[in-house]
Write a protein that binds this ligand. Sequence first.
Ligand code: PMP
Length: 334
Amino acid sequence: MSRIVYVNGAYLPEEDAKISVFDRGFIFGDGIYEVSAVIGGKLVDCEAHLARLARSCGEIRLALPWSTAELVAIHEELIRRNALDEGGVYLEVTRGASDRDFPFPKDVTPTLVMFTQARNFVNAPAVKTGIKVVSTPDLRWARRDIKSVNLLAPVLAKQFAAENGAQEAWMIEDGVVTEGASSTAWIVKGKTLISRPLSNKVLPGITRKAVLAYIAETGFAFEEREFTLAEALDAEEAFITSATSLVMPVTTIDGHSIHNGAPGPTALRLREIYIDFATERPEGPSFPPCEPAQRPVARASVGRGSRRPDRPLAVHQDDRAPGFRSGTPPVCGP
Ligand code: PMP
């Protein structure tokens, strides 16, 4: 049975869905995307993903004509029409279709495409073995904090990983690990989790933020700093986070075993807590109230039934790339 996808206001069988060959997403990669996980038929952290979407769109001066509530409703309708229990919802917005010319066209309507992908990631077999990572130079542009659809460098990095029997590539720049091709990179030393600071060099991971929201309660400390590949090879544990890998242990890097080649207890514990967190099981952790200055979207929107359609999109301070002033503020909503 074919999927039902969403294209510019219509829900269509995938084989009937079409966009223009002049779409700027296709021609220039002039677009932004997001992926929200679905567990048990419910969206996980969708509003935080939509806040990052708005922030990315603001940075490329693409005004979104849809409200958060409208976008969440389309996600939910796609989940319903495709009877999706577990997987992801992919969203892409582009500047629209116009005759090929580099500057922004006038009076163009953004293109919005969304589709579901069924995946079993909660009980993924890889959790038992951990994943293999290979290192590769980071070939990406200077604004990786923007979730642009230009993914050629990550495509090449992932292909390099696949050809070397690995599931993820950690990209290296100036002697330090920037991030995974599609995930945030972490290492563990003692009771301390280490991941690099947010900046224009990395995507501000929504799963990273969710993990940071609960680690204080778990007894782990967080050291936000860069780390080298050599330090990662020497770490007690390593893991990645992303919307659809959740928290995934890394057991080899460039063929070197991490934690004797077995998933580490820290990564497994964080994964368990994150899944509780995402699905709001009754026995899941409780969370301290947010700092007033940081109150907005991410923490409050994690998990089931967290939709608050009337809330304006806000950008969490720590989602912003230090050193970058937003051009146009994120626009979302009529
Ligand atoms: N870094 C990169 C480059 C990514 O593509 C992703 C996946 N979107 C992440 C980090 C993790 O982000 P998130 O936790 O929001 O999925």
